[in-house]
Design a protein around this ligand. Sequence first.
Ligand SMILES: [Zn+2]
Length: 321
Amino acid sequence: MSFASDVKDELIEKSELARAMGGMKECCIHAEMYGIFLFCRDFSSTNISIKTENQSVALMFANYAESITGKSYTLEQTSSGKYRVNIKKADERRQILEHFGHTGQEVNRRMYRSNLEDDCCLAALLRGAFLSCGTITDPEKDYHLEFVMSHKVLSNDLLKLITEIHLPLEDGSIDYNKNEFDPKYILRRGVHVVYFKDSESIENVLTFMGAPDASLEVMGIRMYKDMRNRVNRKMNFENANAGRAFDAAYRQIEAIRFIEEEKGLGFLPDELRELAQLRLENSDFTLSDLADNLKEPISKSGVNHRLKKILEMAEGLGWKG
Ligand SMILES: [Zn+2]
């Protein structure tokens, strides 16, 4: 099963449970129903049907249609394994359209706000829309949630609706200036797509629509990826540092060996000789290690200064490091 299908199963399961327990208001049930029908591929006097890879979505569509017309509808399976429900009779299509205030003759399909009684209905409508025309990419691969439709005006209505969503703050108040989600729009091969690209918006949309488990899953993956990136960055940084330190130590040892061969370490002044000896014996010492192990400890920059002097003296003797 795809992640998108899992999300839809969760939305339907939680919605059905809420309805069974009397936990969903009539206005919200109506809005959810409207979302499912309005965002279907076909919603007109000549055709009302849904085609979906998710069996539960097709069943929900059939049940809602039945609740309006009193007729029962069967699920057909297409050759590609999708589920299809088709309202074949014209008068039943008319009943469904009228139920939502549509005539089916509209030039532009658009959202009739009369189907939304109150703010509580926004979540239900968005859930219905997602069940009908939405999809989400597996968060392991990418963060992407979208609603796809063939009507420009409808996509505008959906964008507007999403910007009207306001989640209560922790103290229960609402900041009406805050844009909770960050929906984007694109025309893709002739269809209109309203989508979300950042993981936090996706988590919020999922929670808002009623799929908290999926939201937590996305969040968990995001946190894991963030952590892994941080660890990787840190490791790369440390490796790069370790590499640089190793190169420097290697060069110092080369220079010291050169002096030793040319003149002997006695050639070096006392404070440089002690450091040169220490470096020769401890190629893995950092500057601080070297500093701490001198008879009279000095600062890191002091050690660095002395090492530079050793290199200069080696160069003075003809070393070509
Ligand atoms: Zn409501």
